[in-house]
Design a protein around this ligand. Structure first.
Ligand SMILES: Cc1cc2nc3c(=O)[nH]c(=O)nc-3n(C[C@H](O)[C@H](O)[C@H](O)COP(=O)(O)O)c2cc1C
Length: 177
């Protein structure tokens, strides 16, 4: 598409938050950084996430049928973002040194977290490189008050980079770093 640069520039004006999505299957806990989390309906409370098919978290949620979402605070340090956003659970155990709790088999990251959602997958949509997982929120809790970490704050104030597997990855956002 010859107007792809214009499309990317326009898409880069969309706003997002940053979250940890986690799940477990066969005794393996894993999670990853995600910007694509949004509420679908209020009643029943449903949300959607979009994950790259290469990610271990994608493989685990496909098997388990559940996931948690931790809503991150603005003070979240870059090494924590690096652990969940740039490293794969195929190579390291991300939960070894991360504060978390379990609700049944579902791991929930509590570190740098304002609140969390515990979600059961109700539907999936194939989006070629990614899968859109839609789920019903079966539990949620506010852990502390504070400012939410937005993608904008992460990019402008923390000078954070994106990842090739992120839904928003494009050469314009990366060239500006
Ligand atoms: C700022 C940022 C946002 C990201 N957003 C997404 C996203 O929305 N969906 C996705 O699949 N990956 C996203 N990623 C990439 C994953 O976090 C990354 O591929 C991770 O290493 C996957 O880990 P896993 O293999 O342990 O599941 C993002 C990464 C960063 C740094």
């Amino acid at each position: 598409m010859e107007n792809l640069d214009k499309i990317f520039s326009s898409l880069n004006k969309l706003s997002y938050g940053l979250y940890i999505v986690a799940s477990s299957s066969d005794g393996k806990k894993n999670g990853q950084l995600v910007n694509t989390v949004f509420q679908l309906t209020p009643n029943p409370p449903r949300i959607a996430i979009c994950l790259n098919k290469e990610n271990l978290t994608h493989e685990i949620i496909n098997k388990s049928g559940f996931f948690s979402v931790s809503i991150l605070e603005e003070e979240t340090p870059l090494p924590f973002i690096g652990l969940f956003g740039f490293k794969s659970g195929r190579d390291i155990d991300k939960f070894e040194k991360t504060s978390h709790k379990m609700e049944g088999d579902c791991p929930i990251v509590t570190e740098n977290t304002l609140s969390y959602l515990n979600v059961k997958v109700v539907s999936k949509m194939d989006a070629d490189s990614h899968t859109l997982f839609m789920g019903q929120v079966i539990n949620g809790e506010v852990l502390k008050e504070g400012n939410r970490l937005t993608y904008d704050f992460y990019q402008k104030n923390k000078k954070g980079r994106t990842h090739k597997n992120a839904t928003t990855f494009n050469k314009i956002t990366e060239a500006n770093k």
